[in-house]
Design a protein around this ligand. Structure first.
Ligand code: SAM
Length: 286
């Protein structure tokens, strides 16, 4: 059992006061003050001693401490230049933590993790949740698991199944690369300051191979994007935004034995894959 000590309201307030830190809304700073949630995130991450964990935005070290106590080799990337000084103090004595000052969307992750397999564990800044998760997945890094605290509404979209109102391009992309599961609900009172939205912890186990095999990922995501671009239109009409001749779109849909009057949001990943492969195979793209 880990013993988080920073994840408390009084301790967090004391640290902020001592270092005269005024939290930045712009950087999505909502610090965790709930020990039970730190425990849950660490537990969901299933950390093995010595394995590499990349933390995005350690803040004042709340979750970092939990990860360090679980004996991970933690690399924590923080954009706020006021915080490395604080972290040096709050995480003093943890030899297994390395703080990197930088923007997670700009740092060289393969270099940071030295080419090793790694997990991402984070209480993400909500203003860039989706870009961070998509960047981690699309770069095809050796990441095995992504356990993050995010806005509930975004997580609902990530786990949504075909035909549900939350199902969209984000659901397809996340489910293409991972098996996502919401593992904890977190109320606003678990943070300072309390965010205006509900949060959840979502665990995304990265698949060894994507959920469906496609000839061209580029074409697959092009089809997905077009299918969701105009949600009230039929699949046939939505795909016309791809800039491909209508009869060619029709052929790809017909050859997939899919009804073109369906809406894009009812299609499974497999169905998107077949249409994308038909378009790619027929070399009917400009
Ligand atoms: N991990 C801490 C916790 O749980 O209390 C802080 C979480 S807070 C929601 C998000 C953190 O991400 C903040 O410390 C913020 O400064 C940092 N951050 C924001 N944008 C970032 C970026 N692009 N790269 C790295 N860190 C970022």
């Amino acid at each position: 059992m880990i013993q988080p000590t920073i994840a408390k309201r009084e301790v967090t307030k004391y640290i902020l006061k001592t270092f005269d830190i005024h939290m930045s809304k712009k950087l999505g700073q909502n610090f965790l003050i709930d020990e039970a949630i730190v425990q849950e995130i660490v537990h969901a991450s299933d950390i093995q001693e010595g394995e590499t964990v990349l933390e995005v935005g350690p803040g004042i070290g709340t979750l970092t401490q939990g990860l360090a106590e679980a004996k991970a080799n933690v690399i924590a990337v923080e954009i706020d230049n006021r915080l490395p000084e604080v972290l040096a103090k709050t995480l003093e004595g943890y030899e297994n933590v390395r703080i990197v000052h930088g923007d997670i969307l700009k740092v060289n992750i393969p270099e940071l993790v030295e080419g090793k397999n790694f997990k991402v564990v984070a209480n993400l800044p909500y203003y860039i949740t989706t870009p961070i998760i998509m960047a981690l997945l699309e770069q095809k890094l050796p990441v095995t698991k992504i356990v993050t605290m995010i806005q509930k509404e975004v997580a609902d979209r990530m786990v949504a199944k075909p035909g549900k109102k939350d199902y969209g391009a984000l659901s397809v992309a996340v489910q293409y690369y991972t098996t996502p599961e919401i593992v904890a609900q977190v109320p606003p009172k678990s943070f300072i300051p309390a965010p205006a939205v509900d949060s959840v912890v979502i665990r995304c186990d990265v698949r060894p191979e994507p959920a469906v095999k496609v000839i061209s990922e580029k074409m697959f995501f092009r089809v997905v994007k077009a299918a969701f671009s105009q949600r009230r239109k039929t699949l046939s009409n939505s795909l016309k935004t791809m800039g491909i001749a209508a009869e060619e779109i029709k052929k790809a849909i017909d050859d997939a034995a899919i009804d073109g009057t369906r809406r894009g949001e009812t299609l499974t990943l497999q169905e998107f894959a077949v249409i994308a492969d038909n378009l790619e195979e027929n070399k009917i793209v400009e």
